[in-house]
Design a protein around this ligand. Structure first.
Ligand code: NAP
Length: 298
């Protein structure tokens, strides 16, 4: 059992691609986990692992020591935390809130302030590592908030992540995550372009990717997504719609800081095009499909 797991009750809201396996890993680490999801069938995996299903946010968070949220976007987290029947209305004073969703840094700060007014500490703790990282419990977690809240959250975060780092005050985790999404999108786009380029030259792309992966062009994106991109297999994973959302966050944050991100802006437009063409539900590696289409090579 993980240190600190005994007698720690966790309320978990949002059991999708990421939240589902994270909640299971918390059960495996010895936490008592009660999960809630909008589509109720997504609690099945947690229940099979030994957790409990709750029919509402209120039921999941009442009596919890730690509340985790893993929801799609800023309005979802704001609604679940601040809304009627939401987390702040039902969590006990002194409970710790940890939002692992990727949302706007200013919303993360607003929610941390609202939580503090009710006597609850809150961390923004977005994650990187994809579905595989969530299943394996090896996520990279970038946490923003007070040092005390971070130390209190450590046992929970260590149960779902391998690289868990306190990066600064409230909102800082989301700012680091925006940088993560910028690097990820840019890398994905260049891997997509390289793949279409190699295909157009009639080369064996499996062989080419093997040698590229061993040199300076190697990357986690190439390792984890390369084969599926070659096969044009786009089951998510990480949905285009969510990466489109994240690049919007990155562009706004760059503008606020007076920083120019020309390549980030270009890939944001390509992700937006995929989304606008109705491919928001595909894995973001579907960027390769767009590059092929732009090259007249579908
Ligand atoms: P997802 O599969 O869409 O999961 C989100 C879950 O939240 C869904 O199951 C959804 O329920 C549920 N939900 C939405 N609103 C709710 C509400 N009001 N009450 C209860 N449940 C609610 O998305 P995901 O891929 O797990 O991503 C979650 C977050 O992690 C996003 O912010 C994303 O950007 C971030 N992230 C994702 C990845 C990845 O590789 N997928 C990696 C790192 C970070 P329904 O089933 O009813 O839609």
């Amino acid at each position: 059992m993980a240190e600190g797991a005994a007698m720690t009750r966790v309320g978990f809201i949002g059991l999708g691609i990421m939240g589902g396996p994270m909640a299971v890993n918390l059960v495996r680490a010895g936490f008592e986990v009660t999960g809630h999801n909008r589509t109720p069938s997504k609690t099945d995996r947690l229940v099979r692992a030994g957790g409990r299903a709750a029919g509402s946010v209120a039921e999941a968070v009442t009596g919890a020591d730690v509340v985790l949220t893993m929801l799609p976007d800023s309005p979802d987290v704001r609604g679940v935390v601040l809304g009627e029947g939401g987390v702040l209305a039902h969590a006990r004073e002194g409970a710790l809130l940890v939002d692992c969703s990727t949302i706007r840094p200013d919303v993360a700060r607003e929610l941390a302030e609202a939580a503090a007014e009710r006597g609850l500490a809150m961390l923004d703790a977005p994650v990187s590592g994809g579905e595989q990282g969530a299943v394996e419990g090896t996520l990279s977690i970038m946490a923003g908030g007070t040092a005390e809240a971070f130390e209190a959250a450590r046992p929970v975060l260590d149960a779902v992540g391998a690289t868990v780092v306190h990066v600064g005050p409230a909102g800082a985790g989301q700012t680091v995550k925006a940088a993560n999404q910028l690097i990820l999108a840019g890398t994905l786009e260049l891997v997509a372009e390289a793949l279409v380029f190699l295909e157009a030259h009639g080369l064996d792309t499996g062989t080419a990717f093997r040698v590229l992966a061993g040199g300076m062009a190697g990357s986690t994106v190439l390792d984890r997504k390369g084969a599926a991109m070659r096969a044009r297999e786009f089951t998510p994973g990480f949905r285009v719609a969510l990466h489109h959302k994240d690049l919007g966050i990155a562009l706004t944050a760059a503008r606020e800081a007076g920083v120019v991100i020309p390549l980030g802006a270009a890939v944001a437009q390509l992700m937006a095009a995929l989304d606008a063409q109705g491919h928001g539900g595909l894995d973001h590696s579907a960027l390769v499909q767009l590059v092929a289409r732009l090259s007249g090579r579908e």
